[in-house]
Ligand binder design. Structure first.
Ligand code: NAD
Ligand code: UGA
Length: 464
């Protein structure tokens, strides 16, 4: 396989966009074309005003500005891009199935299959197809079966190259990853294809951080990594509830155990629960795969991570109701943050959605401020739950562009996202303009408890 000159990526989302922008920025000799069926999304990626990119990530605007129009292109012409490329990344969404066998558990692979069929029907020259989406172990087998049965004589190599970036730090993670994982077949063609992809990454990543494995190990490693990370969050969250009952402080416990080099300090921040598009979806998928092999104990073990996470969100909302004298009906509860973590505009599976849902059930007036999330997304998140009508959601939830307006006259504040700016607010002014007694429920252990108590707030934080 000669050097790659043309890359196509199908799917211009949170992964496809940033990943390919970094490849283009670091490999000026490779033409990178990102395609998507969603014309509005492509138009936003092409918007001259870099504030309008569809994905907010610190540093992404600069990377896009560097490469766009030079060797980075965003287009809706899927077939043309497939035809031109020697290497095609599939980076489409793989949500949890909402219908049929495996509903609510298995990954829905319809978008992946569509891509494979489209590649099969368009390709006239040999191609390397790279799985960038997170997929169930052995998906490459299905993709191979579709690609190999087109009868047009084109040879395909299938690689697994899962993405480990986290939102909010995507650019930094892509520029400086802990490792890049590439799985391929142990045939001569497979080895050559892996080498071609290794050479792309070698433009900026040290050789010792580029790991090659067989396809199945690579596919399963991605699900395993997310399961282990989510498990750590559920583990510390389980301890947070015990801390609240016993007078222990979850931050002190996390620090004490994190100093053990075998445990390590990262991913031990107790919270209102993990969100994001992937942890829950990938663990449910893992549970489904384990069950499909009859491994019920393995499935139950991992399912508990999700059960704990759901419990954490629900008990946060319940604690607000209980503390506010068992009723929030007609009371203004202000949310600081709606995104599932700071430095992203992504709200998928954000804990805020579920806490809002519970409080709306109790007839609270929820007032939200988030520095990056648009109001339309918040309403869409709530409507998607189908707990109540869109009109009722619009009545119960109000979105503010100014945090001080959102907090004005509130009975309680719930911190749902750990945006840095919240720490620098004028908390005395906020207190002065709230209903008394004024409560803060810090779901992120973000704010200075002593300072807020001194001002007069009743302060409540996860795990304390
Ligand atoms: P996304 O929904 O943001 O983007 C997927 C895009 O694919 C959408 O814009 C959609 O229009 C497009 N698409 C779907 N089918 C298509 C088709 N047939 N042709 C052209 N375009 C098509 O999803 P995402 O967050 O980028 O995730 C993509 C994959 O990467 C998932 O498997 C996810 O699990 C995985 N992943 C996500 C993250 C993350 O941080 N979001 C990190 C690592 C891995
Ligand atoms: C996660 C993984 O970290 C990435 O490696 C992976 O590529 C990605 O999923 C994916 O496959 O989509 P992401 O969901 O973007 O990335 O963000 P994380 O930083 O992992 O946070 C996930 C959730 O856990 C957030 O809601 C965050 O607030 C929460 N969290 C994280 C905690 O509550 N405590 C912690 O200590 C860490």
């Amino acid at each position: 396989m000669s050097k790659i000159k043309n890359i196509c990526c199908i799917g211009a989302g949170y992964v496809g966009g940033p990943t390919m922008a970094v490849i283009a920025a670091k490999c000026p000799d490779i033409k990178v074309t990102i395609v998507d069926l969603n014309a509005a999304r492509i138009a936003a990626w092409n918007d001259e005003n870099l504030d309008n990119l569809p994905v907010y990530e610190p540093g992404l605007d600069k990377i896009v500005a560097q490469a766009r129009g030079r060797n980075l292109f965003f287009s809706t012409e899927v077939e043309k891009a497939i035809d031109e490329a020697e290497m095609i990344f599939i980076s489409v969404n793989t949500p949890t199935k909402t219908y049929g066998v495996g509903k609510g558990m298995a990954a829905d692979l319809k978008y992946i299959e569509l891509c494979a069929r489209q590649i099969a029907s368009v390709a006239k020259t040999d191609k390397i197809v790279v799985e960038k989406s997170t997929l169930p172990v052995r998906t490459a087998e299905a993709i191979r079966s579709i690609l190999d049965n087109t009868g047009n004589g084109v040879k395909f190599q299938i690689l697994s190259n899962p993405e480990f970036l986290a939102e909010g730090t995507a650019v930094e993670d892509l520029l400086n990853p802990d490792r890049v994982l590439i799985g391929g077949e142990t045939t001569e063609g497979g080895e050559k294809a892996m080498q071609a992809l290794v050479e792309v990454y070698a433009n900026w990543i040290p050789a010792e951080r580029i790991l090659t494995t067989n396809v199945w190990s690579s596919e399963l490693s991605k699900l395993t990594a997310n399961a282990f990370l989510a498990q750590r969050v559920s583990s510390i969250n389980a301890m947070s509830e015990l801390c609240e009952k016993t007078g222990a402080d979850v931050n002190e416990v996390a620090k004490a155990i994190g100093m053990d080099s075998r445990i390590g300090p990262k991913f031990l921040k107790a919270s209102v629960g993990f969100g994001g598009s992937c942890f829950q979806k990938d663990i449910l998928n893992l549970v489904y795969i384990a069950k499909s092999y009859g491994l019920n104990e393995v499935a139950d073990y991992w399912e508990q991570v999700i059960i704990m996470n759901d419990h954490q969100k629900r008990r946060f909302a319940a604690n607000i109701v209980k503390t506010l004298y068992n009723t929030v009906s007609g009371k203004k509860i202000a949310f600081l943050g709606w995104a599932f973590k700071k430095d992203t505009n992504d709200t998928r599976e954000s804990a805020a959605i579920y806490v809002a849902d519970d409080l709306l059930n109790e007839q609270a007036n929820v007032a939200v401020y988030d520095p990056k999330v648009e109001a339309g997304h918040m309403y869409a998140d709530l409507d998607y739950l189908e707990t109540r009508s869109a009109a009722e959601n619009a009545k119960g939830l109000t979105v503010f562009n100014d945090p001080y307006e959102a907090l004005q006259g509130a009975h309680a504040i719930a911190v749902l996202t750990e945006w840095d700016e919240f720490k620098g607010y004028d908390w005395q002014r906020i207190y002065d303009n709230m209903n008394k007694p004024a409560f803060v429920f810090d779901g992120r252990n973000l704010l200075d408890a002593d300072k807020l108590r001194e001002i007069g707030f009743f302060f409540n934080a996860i795990g304390k």
